[in-house]
Design a protein around this ligand. Structure first.
Ligand code: DGT
Ligand code: CA
Ligand code: CA
Ligand code: ZN
Length: 572
């Protein structure tokens, strides 16, 4: 249990106490104790080993609060808080957590309008029912905050969150007093979608830094601002959490802000097993901090090597680290080309030449141009259009000296029965064939499995594209017997794609992990429809890392010659 968690409990106790009309002295004392705990670095458990007497040595903590802390450490609850919770509307704590709503307003809102949680508060604000209680200025501000809070409950695809996150990181790094800053949380773990952006900032003057932070032009609204942390919203509703640590605690802070929660819990348990304590300030032996400044040092103090963030999900990485068998994850420099892209010969926006130049700028050896077979040219005569595109590709390859080499590739739809929507001559002439589901999603799993198996078994097909078909904000992943499919792909020496297009990120991590475990070939593709989309390789790599992908079975790490051989091998 962190000092921060107890501080939070005490703040809530203060709100509850105000709501039921207890003495204001009490709530003031609770808030002051919370403030003290928020800035205290030594784990409170360590101090609590000396009993109530030791806790009372901490400024701002008297007998009554020391007792509450001890109770919390022993039982996980503060009895007084539980007791007060029984006397108030459920959800009223989240109402009082909205800046600008104190106990008095919360009470009025409840008694007159039945507001008992954020949902009913939002309704009361939207309908105008709360206007007479709040006055127009306050109502406007509250409505904005509550709407932002509401919006921020949606998850944001990593591909949209990362650019915003990096831009804000640059601004944070410029702030007064900032010695170091990192974008942590699920974004650092390259999770396919993120709930919010989490920053860790190393500074000796947290309050000054936070004061400057909330005034950044990117920040639309401040939800909470404390002595060590702030919670704000960007104008598009993305939520941002910022925490500060003293520079010496940089590594422990990074570990804590990066998570995942499950990974952090395992690390804290591991510390306890060794008679140590881990918090966001360091690894503690009694009252002494024995490791804190780098992630490596903190892991080492727990007897572990450094674990890459995309693996930190408590899905076997701690055991692997313990046994010295962490995967040798792929990294960006090993990627020699992109295996899915579209030009204006189908639904892409850029010419072959523009795509080639952009791929060259990325240092690629090759780019597979996988225009949709049924959309080639004006689609009246796709075979003729394919032949024309092939000549254009050959000329370009000659003119650019194969830097990069454009693969005359094609993407074909897998129809409902597993057959392919493409004329035979195109399938025969293409150097590389991707097959993917583009309609009739959501079939029963057994049918979907048969459909995909049939496509995979078609001799023309090299790669199964975006296997689950998921699209953020549009449709969930299709269900199928992935183990069976990937095993079949392995047996057929074919590849399955990990697609990095921001709204795809397909297959999701657990299925991508099954893919890696199957031993089938893996192909990374951005599904770029513009030159800019080629940047999504970073997302495909992140997803592949989360799936524990190593270079050996990744097609994109092959040289052009090896790739052509692999393709040729199956065409004979
Ligand atoms: P998300 O935002 O849902 O995509 O997922 P995460 O993993 O970014 O989770 P988030 O934003 O809740 O928290 C980021 C990290 O910070 C996570 O590993 C746990 C840690 N964390 C979050 N809230 C607290 C807190 O109140 N106290 C402490 N000690 N750590 C926290
Ligand atoms: Ca987060
Ligand atoms: Ca967060
Ligand atoms: Zn596609």
């Amino acid at each position: 249990m962190s000092n921060e968690a107890i501080a939070q409990q005490l703040l809530e106790l203060a709100d509850l106490s105000d709501y039921v009309g207890d003495s204001p002295y009490k709530s003031r004392a609770y808030r002051q104790a919370a403030h003290t705990l928020e800035t205290l670095q030594t784990p409170i458990e360590t101090l609590a080993e000396g009993g109530a007497k030791a806790l009372e040595q901490i400024p701002g903590i008297g007998t009554a609060i020391a007792e509450k802390i001890l109770a919390y450490l022993q039982t996980g609850v503060i009895p007084k808080r539980e007791q007060l919770l029984q006397q108030v509307p459920q959800g009223i704590l989240e109402v009082m957590a909205v800046p600008g709503i104190g106990a008095k307003t919360a009470r009025l809102l409840h008694e007159q309008l039945g507001v008992s949680d954020l949902q009913s508060l939002r309704q009361a604000l939207l309908s105008g029912a709360a206007d007479h209680l709040l006055g127009s200025q306050r109502r406007e501000r509250l409505l904005r905050l509550v709407e932002l809070r509401h919006k921020s409950q949606r998850r944001t695809p990593l591909g949209f969150a990362l650019p915003r996150g990096r831009e804000l990181l640059q601004a944070i790094q410029q702030l007064e007093g900032v010695q170091n800053a990192v974008l942590g949380g699920s974004a650092r773990r390259m999770q396919e979608d993120v709930g919010d952006l989490d920053y860790l900032v190393a500074t000796e003057q947290p309050e000054t830094t936070l004061e400057a932070f909330v005034r950044l032009p990117q920040i639309a609204d401040v939800y909470a601002q404390g002595v060590r942390r702030a919670q704000v919203f960007l104008s598009d509703g993305l939520q941002v959490d910022v925490k500060t640590v003293p520079p010496i605690s940089w590594g422990a802070g990074m570990l804590s802000i990066t998570g995942s929660k499950a990974h952090s819990i395992r690390l804290r348990q591991r510390a306890l097993e060794r008679g140590l304590k881990l918090n966001e300030y360091g690894v503690w032996q009694g009252g002494t901090c024995i490791a804190s400044d780098t992630e490596e040092a903190v892991y080492a103090a727990l007897g572990l090597p450094w674990i890459p963030p995309p693996l930190r999900e408590d899905t076997g990485e701690i055991e692997a680290a313990e046994q010295g068998r962490l995967p040798n994850l792929i990294v960006a420099v090993q990627i020699r080309g992109d295996l899915q892209s579209h030009s204006n010969w189908s639904d892409g926006l850029n010419t072959l030449e523009e795509m080639a130049q952009a791929a060259h700028a990325l240092g690629y050896e090759y780019l597979a141009v996988t225009d949709h077979a049924h959309q080639l040219g004006d689609a009246n005569d796709p075979v003729e259009a394919f032949a024309q595109r092939q000549r254009a590709i050959e000329q370009l390859n000659e003119r650019l000296g194969g830097r990069p080499y454009l693969l005359n590739a094609i993407e074909v739809n897998i129809l409902e029965d597993g057959t392919l929507l493409a004329p035979e001559p195109i399938l025969r002439a293409a150097q590389l064939v991707l097959a993917g589901v583009h309609d009739n999603h959501g079939m029963p799993p057994e049918q979907m499995t048969q459909r995909l198996l049939r496509a995979l078994e078609n001799p023309a097909v090299d790669i199964l594209a975006h296997p689950t078909g998921r699209r953020y904000g549009k449709r969930p992943p299709n269900d199928a017997d992935w183990e069976r499919l990937f095993e079949r792909a392995r047996a057929l020496d074919k590849a399955v794609e990990i697609n990095g297009y921001p709204t795809r990120m397909d297959p999701p991590t657990p299925i991508a992990r099954m893919l890696v475990e199957s031993g089938a070939w893996i192909s990374l593709g951005t599904d770029a429809h513009t030159v800019r989309d080629l940047q999504a390789m970073e997302l495909a790599i992140g997803l592949a890392q989360r799936a524990w992908t190593t270079p050996e079975r990744l097609l994109n790490t092959r040289s052009l010659n090896e790739l052509l051989q692999w393709l040729q091998g199956r065409r004979n």
